[in-house]
Design a binder for this molecule. Structure first.
Ligand code: B16
Ligand code: MG
Length: 211
């Protein structure tokens, strides 16, 4: 299949911010005495900050007000951004950097489709602030993955139809979003074995076999 555009999830695909999400949510959950581990953390991949908090609070025996929930989400995001602040261009792997350059050299349009409202900050930290042709993120959508909105926005921003674009994802919610929007999907990481994916990647550079 020859694609015209590739839309990348950010967290867990371009960089390993998924580890920082885990650490920040874990600190909050521990403070509140709520059980939370890496397996449960996988349920948060690709879903919005507030939906992530709701999933964590399912294991709490206390009911919290909307104000308390907003404060918890803010507390987590403050810690998460402190961790992001330590990131640098060293946090962009050679495998990802070289593959992105190779895809660009093939003339493909390259976009980000991420649920994260911290996307501009993260891209800046890892030296990709100006790299992508378009960025669709948590700041420009009303429904997060598994809704296809963020990928449809990214396709619209690069002026291509979903059928001409490939989405790269590490989350089951993201694979569902991509397929629901009419995109082919290359899955890696936590979602690598997802049967709905079009391709299954061992590593990011495996993408070059399919485009
Ligand atoms: P934020 P992605 C997603 O990013 C993360 O996978 C998910 O765990 C997080 O809750 C969501 O962004 C919102 O992030 O709190 O920074 O707005 O995988 O879609 O790039
Ligand atoms: Mg992800």
């Amino acid at each position: 299949m020859s694609y015209k555009g590739i839309i990348f999830d950010l967290d867990g695909v371009i960089c390993s911010t998924d580890e920082y999400h885990y650490q920040a949510w874990k600190a909050l959950a521990d403070r509140l005495g709520i059980p939370f581990d890496r397996e449960r953390n996988n349920l948060l991949r690709g879903v919005s900050r507030m939906q992530s908090l709701e999933i964590i609070l399912e294991k709490s025996d206390k009911a919290y007000s909307e104000e308390e929930k907003a404060a918890f989400a803010e507390e987590k995001n403050t810690l998460y951004r402190q961790l992001l602040g330590q990131m640098s261009t060293k946090d962009l792997s050679d495998d990802v950097k070289d593959t992105l350059q190779a895809l660009r050299a093939q003339g493909l349009k390259l976009a980000i489709g991420s649920s994260s409202k911290n996307t501009p900050f993260i891209l800046e930290r890892i030296g990709l602030g100006d790299f992508f042709d378009a960025v669709a993120d948590g700041n420009c959508i009303t429904r997060s993955k598994p809704d296809p909105e963020v990928f449809l926005k990214a396709a619209e921003f690069i002026g291509e139809n979903p059928g001409d674009c490939l989405v790269v994802e590490d989350a089951h919610a993201g694979v569902e979003a991509a397929r629901g929007g009419g995109f082919d999907c290359a899955a890696m990481g936590d979602a690598k074995e997802d049967p709905r994916a079009t391709y299954h990647l061992e590593k990011f550079s495996d993408l070059l076999k399919y485009v």
